[in-house]
Design a protein around this ligand. Sequence first.
Ligand SMILES: [Zn+2]
Length: 113
Amino acid sequence: MSEDLQQLTERQLYALRGRLAVGVHDPQLTLRGALHQDMRRCSNRRCRCQSGELHGPYTYLSLYGEGKSRTLYVPQAVAEIAAEHVESTRQGEALMLEISQVNLELLRRRALR
Ligand SMILES: [Zn+2]
């Protein structure tokens, strides 16, 4: 990535930065984490899950970057919207990383503004 950026003119770098920024998610939708689904066994010894027919799937959100990682249960009613938020956050943060690379190149050229 950064090697390609060195080939671009300043004008192209500003244009690239603008295109990348358009795709960055609405900050209000930010939800950092990773969703995953899991099957569970309950504590009832006579339940069918004890013979392998597990409950679920249930959705969980793994959170990190707060020191230690945590996992939250995501109710089915909001699982879809949570997935949209997580995905747009992931894409937005990837774009912001690219924007930062562009700005670093501009900084190297003393053309950052
Ligand atoms: Zn059970």
